[in-house]
Design a protein around this ligand. Structure first.
Ligand code: SF4
Length: 246
């Protein structure tokens, strides 16, 4: 397996990755072993960047935003302990055929799980984040200890359904929730403690903060789970928390 080069992972403006080093000592990077997605969320910044923005025509996206697996990015990464988001430009749990970068062949969702597991196994000192709207995909575990399995939710219905699903496959202390853009009038209702929460509002041309009830929830810190509150939440406090074990 080739040694992964600095060109394969890079700094990011995603604040909970960018700010990791000042809190945990682990520098944060995005890697993108997979790219692309077919969910078509209306708020998707990744899709817009690839199809209409600064990544249009980029050599990493020869198939546009079609789901693509980049096998050359699976390999050991040296240096200090890092915090690596393995799929900020696509949904790792997509239940579709994935094109292999530079090939006419495809691989299946379980092959993507194997690749992520292989990467994590080759990089045991780095924390690896995975994120999906489809937590049923985590059934392709087991997942190494350095992998944190994440799902996104924008309202309480999604949160309850997806939390129930992910806990069938992953222990709660290895689960993180990306509550962004949080669009529920109510604050998040979290029945089971998980490892970590990130929460934010809607970015882009029509930025929208989280609801007043959610602001109040943020203010009063009613849940004993480490939380990173994104600037786009609109909340005027600062909370940049990460799990102690990181
Ligand atoms: S799941 Fe993520 S990558 Fe896919 S369309 Fe939605 S926001 Fe974009």
């Amino acid at each position: 397996m080739p040694n992964t080069t600095i060109k394969s992972y890079h700094r990011t403006k995603i604040d909970y990755i960018r700010d990791s080093e000042e809190i945990t000592g682990r520098a944060g990077y995005v890697l993108n072993i997979i790219t692309g997605c077919r969910h078509r969320c209306p708020y998707c910044y990744a899709r817009t960047m690839v199809l209409n923005g600064r990544l249009q025509g980029h050599r990493s996206y020869p198939y546009g935003f079609e789901p693509t697996y980049h096998p050359d990015r699976v390999g050991p990464i040296g240096g200090k302990k890092k915090f690596l988001f393995l799929n900020d430009m696509g949904d790792v749990g997509g239940e579709w055929a994935w094109r292999i970068f530079g090939s006419s062949l495809t691989v299946e969702p379980e092959d993507i799980a194997d690749a992520m597991r292989e990467f994590a196994g080759e990089n045991p000192k780095h924390i690896c984040l995975l994120l999906t709207k489809n937590p049923a995909w985590f059934r392709y575990g087991p997942w190494p200890d350095n992998v944190y399995c994440g799902f996104t939710a924008t309202n309480n219905r999604e949160l309850q359904e997806r939390l129930t699903e992910i806990l069938k496959h992953v222990p709660a202390d290895k689960v993180w929730m990306s509550l962004e853009p949080w669009q529920d009038d109510e604050a998040p209702m979290i029945p089971t403690p998980v490892a970590w929460i990130t929460i934010g509002g809607l970015s882009g041309i029509n930025p929208t903060p989280v609801s007043p009830a959610t602001m109040e929830w943020l203010e009063n810190n009613r849940v004993e789970i480490p939380r990173f509150v994104k600037a786009n939440s609109g909340w005027d406090g600062i909370r940049k928390e990460y799990p102690d074990t990181w």
